[in-house]
Design a protein around this ligand. Structure first.
Ligand SMILES: NC(=O)c1ccc[n+]([C@@H]2O[C@H](COP(=O)([O-])OP(=O)(O)OC[C@H]3O[C@@H](n4cnc5c(N)ncnc54)[C@H](OP(=O)(O)O)[C@@H]3O)[C@@H](O)[C@H]2O)c1
Length: 277
C-alpha cells in the first residue's frame, strides 16, 4: 500500500475503505474484515454512520485473520455536530473509541464545519487538546472551505493534517485542491465514485476499455495520480478486491486531462457553508 506523509511527519495509506450507509450488522463486520484480509490498512468510520460497533468487530476479526497488529491499521472517525464546543470533543471521541472497541484513533476529524464560526474554532481547540494529550495520533477536518481553513490558521495553533471533501470527476475542486497543496494540508476524497453514478460516464468507460481496467479502478487511480487520499465504499467482496487493485498501472497525462475535463462543479452532497447537521 502506498502511503502519503502529513505536515506533522506521520503517514496514512492513500487508499482505504469507506463505511457510510452500511448496516450495523454482519454487513459492516464482513466488509471491514474482507478489506483487511485483502490488504486494506485504512478504514474511514464516523459516529454518525451508526455502525462503529460492527466496524470495530470487523477490525478485530480482520486483525486476527490477516495476522497483523492494531498498529498496522489506520483508523479514522469523525466528531458529529452534537459534540461541538471545546469541552464536548473529548466525550465524542471517547464514544467513538468505546463503540469501535479501540484505545486510540489514528485520525479524528471534525465532520462538518457547521454554520457557527466561533463554535467551529472552539471545537478545533478541543481537537487540539486531544492531540496535545496524545490521545489521538492526528487531527483533521472534513468539508472545510478555503475561508474556514484560513480562519483556523489565523486563530488556532495546530494545522489540520487533512481535509476530507467531496471529490470526483464531476466535482474536481481545483481551487481547493491547489490551496490545500500550498498549505501542506492533505486532500482526501469522499464519494470518490460519486456513489456509483460516475461509473456509467462515457469517458471513464472509454479509458477503462483502453487500459483493460474497470471504471471504478480508473476513477480510484485518477485520485491516486492526483495525490489524493481516497476511501471508496463497498460491501461487495469482489468490488472491495477490485478497488484496491489499482497500484499495478498508471494513467497517461492525456487520460488524466480527459477525466479532469469532466468537471461540472456538480455536488452530490450538501454545501458545507450551509450544512448544520
Ligand atoms: N466526510 C463526509 O462528509 C463524507 C460524506 C460522504 C462519504 N464519506 C466517506 O466516503 C466514503 C465513500 O463515499 P460513499 O460511500 O458516499 O460513495 P462511493 O464510495 O463514491 O460509492 C459507493 C457506491 O459505489 C458502489 N461501488 C463501490 N465499488 C464499486 C465497483 N468497483 N464497481 C461498481 N460499484 C461499486 C458501492 O456499492 P456496494 O457497496 O453495494 O458494492 C456503493 O453503492 C463513505 O463510505 C464515507 O466513509 C464522508
Amino acid at each position: 500500500m502506498q502511503n502519503i506523509t502529513f505536515n506533522n511527519g506521520n503517514t496514512m495509506p492513500q487508499l482505504g475503505l469507506g463505511v457510510f450507509r452500511v448496516e450495523n450488522d454482519d454487513t459492516a463486520k464482513n466488509a471491514v474484515k474482507h478489506a483487511i484480509i485483502n490488504g486494506y490498512r485504512s478504514i474511514d468510520a464516523a459516529l454518525v454512520y451508526a455502525n462503529e460497533e460492527m466496524v470495530g468487530q470487523g477490525i478485530q476479526e480482520g486483525i486476527a485473520a490477516a495476522g497483523i497488529q492494531r498498529e498496522d491499521l489506520f483508523i479514522t472517525s469523525k466528531l458529529w455536530l452534537n459534540h461541538y464546543g471545546k469541552d464536548n470533543v473529548q466525550e465524542g471521541y471517547e464514544t467513538s473509541l468505546s463503540n469501535l472497541g479501540l484505545d486510540y484513533l489514528d485520525l479524528y476529524l471534525i465532520h462538518w464545519p457547521g454554520t457557527n464560526e466561533s463554535l467551529m474554532l472552539e471545537t478545533w481547540e478541543g481537537m487540539e487538546v486531544l492531540y496535545n494529550e496524545g490521545k489521538v495520533k492526528n487531527i483533521g477536518v472534513s468539508n472545510f472551505t478555503i475561508e474556514q481553513l484560513e480562519l483556523l490558521e489565523a486563530k488556532t495553533t495546530i494545522k489540520p493534517v487533512i481535509n476530507q471533501v467531496e471529490f470526483h470527476p464531476y466535482f474536481t475542486q481545483e481551487s481547493l485542491r491547489n490551496y490545500l497543496a500550498s498549505a501542506s494540508i492533505q486532500m482526501e476524497s469522499w464519494s470518490p465514485l460519486m456513489n456509483a453514478e460516475i461509473l456509467t460516464d462515457e469517458t471513464i468507460n472509454a479509458i477503462a476499455d483502453e487500459t483493460g481496467k474497470s471504471p471504478a479502478q480508473i476513477v480510484i487511480r485518477w485520485n491516486i495520480e492526483h495525490g489524493v487520499v481516497t476511501i471508496p465504499k463497498s460491501v461487495t467482496p469482489h468490488r472491495i478486491e477490485e478497488n484496491i487493485n489499482v497500484f499495478d498501472f498508471s494513467l497517461t497525462e492525456a487520460q488524466i486531462n480527459r477525466i479532469d475535463a469532466l468537471n461540472q462543479d456538480k455536488r452530490i452532497g450538501p454545501n458545507p457553508t450551509e450544512f448544520n447537521g
